[in-house]
Design a protein. Structure first.
Length: 671
């Protein structure tokens, strides 16, 4: 069955650029004497020489694999150079690699719409550039074609015995009778070769690329010929490519869905899916997945390249394999503190450099239980509004963990005396998502956020003293925290039970959780969102009025509220239902910059009206106490930001905030 061909008017030219053995290249640039030598980057660790996370192509030729430990790699390749990943807070510090990735992104972004897909991968939409080239200097008119272009692998390119490879590529690229799709692709080949050369010149890094008409095919192609090569997928080659592609190799089919296709439908390759009708696939997997499967079998993917140079989220994680699995709340808290510290640091730098704020904190963990019938139960992921500041992230992360642990262990797990039921944590990660840009003109608000990153204040008993009422857990305050700890002692006791430990051979790659997929996407469907205490107290809070709050004491309070304000402020008018159900809807493209004082009254009036529509409340009804909680500087700025025309009467406190939903965002203190 032939694969569907899109109309020529829909044709896009997409490239997927993937750095070669990226961490190794970064280390080799730092230590040029390592260039050309078999090299691997290892995760710091005493055990068997640490786990390999990146392997140079020279080392791969000697049989060294990423799954090996340092000692194994040395046995396979005695001359291998092992470089340790930088370490901070007892875990891998990826900043060096991240900024190296950013160098590449900034070069590639000049060529067209650019999406940073991971620490070392980028998608480019080169359609416009290819169209211009085709109009101005089509490949067939070029006298000289660069060597790098001529080394391209063009899938399905016919080549007679004895034909020179490069000559065949030249003929394919310069065909006068090629259809428009292939001509555009030829332009893409030339552009990408040039970009790769530029990346090499400016960063000293080699990369490989896939060039096709959509993201899915470009990604498949980029890994086919590495290192430092590019592969092209013309439409005529799609069917053959997919007919031999094992389903599990396809992005999103590596897991359960791929297994079900194999076992339930007897499908081995993506091409095998062609035998099923769309209806049949929908019957098995639902409307959306069924249609998606039908499309990918034909090489169709409508997924657009997102113009995004910055990560969609930030994450910090660590794995604790085998005997290193965590078994006490205190060690979990220790590691969550480290991870939260790193996350907070990255959030601060994102705020400072890119003027972006994140609004959701998510905790993921992997765990196993001893001796229970339910050992495959997944450790639930939990989310809550993100509060800026190390202490608050640490507190919230730990509370999320405890809430998740209670759910994971179930009612019997927390029963005092149930000493048989114990848990082990084999992976922890915290991530910050739903990142939005801060509108311009809010510099002091940003400084305020930054100043939130103050050191935790703890009492002698180790309890975090401030803001306990805003923690995401249903539990509150030091006393509760202590009681949770006491409960945990029962959980944690090593009862001498023999564990079926998960794969001991697994190297401990704490950075696996975040490095490759630096852009951590939160599986929102699997995440339970835990309301902050403030949310559950909304109704009572809105009734409080005119309280005197000591701003100094408030300095360390978390401010998810401001984040919400920005988001809702920026949103286009939503239906009432949308406003209520998803207060996080926001997008850069929808953003209007209201900071300019040069707006005409008419515009301001429209803006006022829109704000009322967007937020569903009148600015004049804002509870004064909400503002009182903020430092004066922020109050002033926020006031002019919210209400450029009128000044709120700061001396007057509004009596009843019950009609004002902004009170939800600026919670009064619960004292
Ligand atoms: P990859 O792009 O998967 O691999 P690579 O760049 O090392 O090699 P290749 O040429 O085959 O693309 O990963 C990019 C970097 O991410 C890699 O250099 C190290 C890091 N990484 C991990 O830390 N853990 C992992 O499990 C993987 C897959 C990658």
């Amino acid at each position: 069955m032939p694969v569907a061909r899109p109309e020529t008017s829909d044709v896009r030219v997409i490239a997927h650029v993937d750095m070669d053995c990226f961490y190794v290249q970064v280390e080799q640039r730092k230590q040029p004497e390592l260039r050309g030598l078999p090299t691997a980057v290892v995760q710091y660790n005493e055990w068997q020489g640490g786990g390999l996370i990146a392997v140079s192509y020279e080392a791969r030729k000697c049989g060294v694999k990423r799954s090996m430990r340092g000692d194994e790699a040395k046995a396979a390749c005695p001359e291998i150079q092992l470089v340790q990943v930088p370490v901070a807070r007892g875990k891998a510090d990826l900043n060096l690699y991240r900024s190296a990735g950013s160098e590449v992104v900034s070069i590639l972004a000049q060529s067209g719409k650019c999406e940073r897909a991971s620490i070392d991968e980028v998608y480019l939409d080169l359609t416009d550039a290819a169209e211009s080239m085709l109009a101005d200097a089509p490949p067939e008119s070029l006298e000289l074609i660069d060597e790098e272009v001529l080394k391209s692998h063009i899938l399905g390119m016919s080549r007679k015995d004895g034909d020179d490879f490069k000559e065949s590529v030249r003929d394919w690229i310069c065909r006068k009778d090629a259809d428009r799709r292939d001509k555009l692709l030829s332009c893409g080949i030339i552009i990408v070769a040039e970009l790769r050369k530029q990346v090499l010149k400016e960063t000293e890094f080699t990369c490989s690329a896939g060039i096709a008409h959509n993201k899915m095919l470009a990604k498949l192609a980029s890994g086919m010929n590495k290192p430092a090569q590019q592969t092209v997928v013309p439409y005529s080659a799609v069917q053959e490519l997919l007919s031999s592609l094992p389903v599990k190799k396809m992005k999103q089919l590596g897991g359960k869905l791929g297994t079900s296709l194999q076992t339930d439908l007897g499908v081995d390759t993506v091409g095998d899916l062609l035998q099923f009708s769309e209806t049949k696939l929908q019957e098995h997997y639902g409307i959306n997945t069924g249609t998606w499967l039908w499309n990918i079998a034909r090489g169709i993917s409508g997924e657009e390249v997102q113009g995004r140079l910055l990560p969609k989220s930030h994450g910090s994680g660590k794995t604790f394999p085998g005997p290193r699995a965590l078994k006490s709340l205190s060690t979990v808290q220790h590691w969550l503190n480290q991870l939260s510290e790193e996350l907070s640091e990255r959030l601060s730098s994102d705020l400072e450099l890119n003027k972006r704020i994140a609004s959701t904190l998510t905790l993921h963990a992997s765990a196993f239980k001893s001796r229970d019938s339910d050992s495959h139960k997944k450790f639930p992921s939990k989310s809550c509004p993100l509060r800026y500041g190390v202490t608050k992230i640490q507190e919230d992360a730990f509370n999320l963990f405890q809430a998740a642990l209670r759910e994971y262990m179930g009612p019997f797990g927390s029963k005092p005396g149930n000493k048989q039921e114990t848990w082990r944590i084999t992976g922890l990660s915290v991530s910050a998502s739903k990142i939005v840009d801060i509108p311009s003109g809010t510099s002091s608000i940003m400084r305020y956020f930054q100043s939130q990153s103050t050191a935790p204040s703890r009492s002698a008993d180790g309890c975090v003293q401030d803001h306990v009422e805003m923690t995401p857990s249903a539990t509150e305050g030091c006393s509760v925290q202590r009681s949770t700890e006491a409960q945990a002692i029962i959980h944690e006791e090593d009862t001498g039970v023999t564990y079926t430990l998960p794969n001991f051979e697994n190297p401990d790659k704490d950075i696996d959780l975040v490095s490759k997929e630096d852009v951590v996407s939160c599986p929102s469907s699997e995440v339970t969102v835990i309301p902050t205490q403030l949310e559950s107290n909304r109704s009572t809070q809105t009734k409080r009025t005119g309280r005197k709050i000591n701003n100094q004491n408030e300095k360390n309070r978390g401010m998810p509220s401001i984040v919400d304000i920005f988001k809702n402020y920026n949103a286009t008018p939503l239906s009432k239902q949308e406003t209520q159900e998803d207060s996080t809807v926001s997008s850069t493209s929808r953003r209007a910059n209201f900071s300019s004082s040069s707006h005409s009254n008419k515009v301001n009036q429209e803006v006022e009206e829109r704000r009322e529509t967007d937020w569903g409340y009148k600015i004049d009804e804002i509870d004064q106490s909400v503002f009182d909680e903020l430092p004066a500087e922020i109050q002033r700025e926020l006031r002019s930001f919210l209400h450029p025309n009128k000044r709120l009467n700061t001396s007057k406190s509004k009596g009843d905030g019950s009609t004002s939903s902004i009170a939800h965002y600026f919670p009064p203190l619960n004292r």
